[in-house]
Design a protein around this ligand. Structure first.
Ligand SMILES: NC(=O)C[C@H](N)C(=O)O
Length: 337
């Protein structure tokens, strides 16, 4: 029996949503060829018995999906479940196992809408658990270590992969074949090694308890699409998205969100018709779009996404448009989050 003076372990709930961390391949040599979202949460946890040294863990299967198949319904359902757990006094931290393809979108969404100080850690893997040198077990161990650590409170939603602790706002999948797949343009917040967290910086942007958004006040998310820019681009995709009911279009622009001259009139018309036009950059390791640089945003009433990549800009715009339709407010939100 345990001695009565043993310090109580933190209580961490693991919400499993699928992805490669729950993937399985035919042979141990199959590191890239496998099926995602196969292994149930009980089996995932049983595969890492060392989790019990870190925390009292319990698992919950929320979805069993590859993350490229996440939709807004999944974001809302997961967000609500996280909020329930965050309100539960018997839960100290929350871990979400997730596919890596859209992990950065979910992590940012939760950063914006979860009104809690409790650690929320999103984790995935690049290799299925059946592969040689699978990375999921250690990533999960690290996630539970961070989620159970009181020092992780109030730091916003976190992401642990490859021994690094990233801000869910900044991090993005930058590589799709290496285990060092996730990068933050402004650097990770810290490292987690042998279950211990080492912190080096804090997020500067508004998040969680300091956010004006709340999952409890969001019933649905508006349709927002992303149009990718390249040479010889015309307005076909933009018009089609508008036709389909988009409330905003994120322009994944070249360089600093630049817009090809032949496209400008169409985007101005769409804005006049009520759509928000949000200029972001397709430069994926540190886009940086400034107002009135390249295009006269004040005159056209467009918004800039600043350093958010197009997919993160879409997440913020969806959340923001549940509260305001005003482009100036939308721009303020883009500076603050
Ligand atoms: N590494 C992964 O998790 C990729 C997988 N397609 C997913 O996002 O679910």
């Amino acid at each position: 029996a345990k001695s009565e003076s043993a310090p109580p372990r933190p209580r961490v709930t693991i919400l499993a949503t699928g992805g490669t961390i729950a993937g399985a391949g035919a042979s141990a040599a199959d590191s890239a060829t496998y099926q995602a979202a196969k292994v149930p949460v009980e089996q995932l946890l049983a595969g890492v018995p060392q989790l019990a040294d870190l925390a009292e863990v319990r698992g919950e299967q929320v979805f069993q999906l590859a993350s490229e198949s996440f939709g807004n319904e999944q974001l809302l359902a997961l967000g609500r479940r996280v909020a329930d757990l965050a309100e539960n006094p018997e839960v100290d931290g929350i871990v979400i196992t997730h596919g890596t393809d859209t992990l950065e979108e979910t992590a940012y969404f939760l950063t914006l809408v979860e009104r809690t100080n409790k650690p929320i850690v999103v984790v995935g893997s690049m290799r299925p658990g059946t592969a040689l040198s699978a990375d999921g077990a250690l990533n999960l161990y690290n996630a539970v270590a961070v989620a159970g650590n009181p020092q992780a409170r109030g730091k916003g939603v976190l992401v642990t992969l490859n021994d690094e602790i990233h801000s869910g706002r900044d991090v993005a999948k930058a590589l799709n074949i290496k285990t060092e797949a996730f990068k933050s343009p402004w650097g990770p917040l810290g490292m987690v090694v042998e279950g211990k967290s080492y912190w080096f910086r804090l997020p500067a942007k508004r998040h969680t308890l300091d956010s004006e958004f709340d999952i409890r006040r969001i019933d649905s998310l508006p349709r927002i699409d992303i149009a990718y820019a390249y040479g010889n681009l015309d307005d076909t995709a933009y018009r089609a998205f508008a036709q389909a009911g988009a409330k905003a279009i994120v322009h994944a622009g070249t360089g600093n969100g630049s817009v090809a001259a032949p496209l400008v009139p169409a985007l101005r018309v769409l804005r006049e018709e009520g759509l928000q036009i949000i200029r972001s950059s397709r430069a994926d390791q540190g886009g940086f779009v400034l107002r009135n640089a390249e295009q006269p945003d004040d005159r056209y009433d467009w918004v800039v996404a600043h350093d958010l990549n197009p997919q993160k800009a879409r997440i913020l715009a969806m959340v923001a448009l549940t509260r305001t339709q005003d482009s100036k407010e939308l721009q303020r939100i883009f500076w603050e989050y």
